[in-house]
Ligand binder design. Structure first.
Ligand code: PXL
Length: 278
């Protein structure tokens, strides 16, 4: 059985970070170890008065114990990280455990042209250093621009821009880059990948649903990481992750007033598990 370790916070309510990664990757038949970096009552993106308990001081003791146990992982998946210190610890973790693992970095920090609450303007440069250690990075368009110190393009981009953006992202040091939330025409929404070793692009688009929900990036990344950990090709992994995410968004559409509650992915976990077979 394949084994991943995912390092990110637990937002207790709101279906993102570990409350998305654990059920989604487990449903795909991949053992999912975790290092929780913080416990929050909700994510920071829309609820007022959230609690925050920092677990930075637990990260090293946990992996020191794992080192003693000789644990190994098929993939390392990092998501939301709350501070420079956490990024530095994750870099160390990758140096110790990353030799034979797929290093999958989701540089969670921004969306719609803005950094998430709590991040300073110097954070993207720190995240870019972590991305240099990756096999795969999965920024949305805002994160991609911020990682590169470029202007967020909003809706003003075309296929040429995305292809060149992916090359610039790989020049940060990652072998592959996937840009999420790409919309070339108003009917389709998907993700485009570039492999800097083979020089190949691949992409997968599905129906564009004109509502957005918080946490869809984490649902997409979790399923993409799960599929790649299972050894699926990048194209098959994009297809599995985009179809799963879009079906969850479709199911959630009637609840658009609950934007912050995340997407109803739970009823699609059976389909996700089936899509991983064969
Ligand atoms: O969905 C990304 C995410 C994860 N964790 C926390 C967040 C966010 C986005 O806002 O606030 C704590």
């Amino acid at each position: 059985m394949k084994r991943t370790v995912t390092i990110q916070d637990i937002s207790c309510f709101g279906r993102c970070s570990l409350t998305a990664a654990l059920p989604v990757i487990s449903a795909m038949g991949v053992e999912t170890a975790i290092i929780p970096t913080a416990v929050l009552s909700t994510h920071t993106g829309g609820f007022k008065g959230f609690t925050f308990c920092d677990l930075t001081d637990q990260i090293k003791p946990i992996y020191d114990h794992w080192k003693q146990l000789g644990l190994e992982f098929d993939s390392i998946y990092t998501g939301y990280l709350g501070s420079d210190e956490q990024i530095a610890l994750v870099c160390e973790f990758i140096d110790i455990f990353g030799k034979n693992a797929l290093k999958f970095i989701d540089p969670v920090m921004a969306d719609n042209g803005k950094l998430y609450t709590g991040f300073g303007d110097d954070f993207p440069a720190k995240m870019a250093k972590l991305c240099a250690k990756a096999d795969v990075i999965v920024p949305n368009l805002t994160e991609a621009a911020f990682l590169l110190g470029e202007k967020y393009p909003g809706d003003e981009y075309d296929e040429k821009y995305i292809r060149e953006l992916l090359k610039r992202l790989c020049s940060l040091g990652s072998k592959s880059a996937v840009v999420t939330g790409v919309i070339y025409d108003s009917n389709h929404h998907g993700a485009v990948a570039y492999d800097s070793v083979s020089g190949e692009y691949c992409e997968y688009f599905a129906e564009h649903i004109d509502t957005s929900f918080h946490g869809t990036g984490d649902v997409f990344s979790s399923s993409l990481c799960g599929a790649l950990t299972l050894g699926k090709s990048m194209y098959d992994s994009l297809r599995i992750a985009v179809d799963f995410t879009v079906s969850a968004i479709r199911d959630t559409r009637p609840e658009k007033d609950k934007y912050w509650y995340g997407v109803n992915f739970e009823q699609r976990l059976g389909d996700l598990a089936a899509s991983c077979k064969g």
